[in-house]
Design a protein around this ligand. Structure first.
Ligand SMILES: Nc1ncnc2c1ncn2[C@@H]1O[C@H](COP(=O)(O)OP(=O)(O)OP(=O)(O)O)[C@@H](O)[C@H]1O
Ligand SMILES: [Mg+2]
Length: 156
């Protein structure tokens, strides 16, 4: 699949791109969010949560590492959204302490993972990868890829 590219000029626009992206998400999906500090990963997650009508205020799980939100599909079905931020993780050992692979395997939740490069080896291959880059003028380039289609998913 060709990467999808979007350009955003504001945090609101980044949220809207996240909201539109969310309409393709299914139970169990994993979304990774990459890009430097403060580039807008959490703004994108806010957009995703807005699609699922999350009532809670979506804050960065920088210190809590994991935030869980209760959302609703447009058809009224409930969906749990797990927002993980590995930025503060210091060692691989902490990955098992927080139970990262268990969280990522949850079949009924949508999982959004910031700083996935700290989860080396824990991620399965099929996931949406959102990468955000900042341009010098505050705009953002948002790239979305999904390399392995659902149909190729191997259940072990
Ligand atoms: N086009 C844009 N898209 C998103 N955020 C923007 C944009 N322009 C400016 N901003 C600002 O950049 C900041 C992005 O913060 P956010 O918490 O989403 O970043 P982050 O990538 O999650 O950072 P961290 O790695 O610390 O979690 C916000 O303060 C937002 O107002
Ligand atoms: Mg963040």
């Amino acid at each position: 699949m060709e990467p999808e590219l979007y350009s955003s000029s504001s945090e609101d626009e980044t949220q809207s791109i996240g909201t539109r992206f969310a309409s393709r998400l299914h139970r169990g999906d994993i979304v990774t969010l990459s890009g430097e500090l403060g580039v807008g990963k959490t703004e994108f997650v806010r957009g995703v949560c807005s699609y699922f009508d999350v009532k809670d205020i979506v804050t960065s799980p920088t210190f809590s590492i994991i935030n869980v939100y209760e959302g609703t599909y447009p058809d009224g079905n409930p969906i749990r959204i797990v927002h993980i931020d590995l930025y503060r993780l210091k060692s691989k050992h902490e990955l098992s302490t927080i139970g990262l692979s268990e969280w990522l395997m949850l079949p009924d939740a949508i999982k959004l993972l910031e700083w996935p490069e700290k989860a080396n080896g824990v991620l399965r291959r099929n996931y949406y990868a959102v990468t955000i880059r900042a341009l010098p003028d505050d705009r953002r380039i948002i790239q979305i890829t999904y390399d392995i289609p659902h149909t190729a998913q191997v259940v072990s």
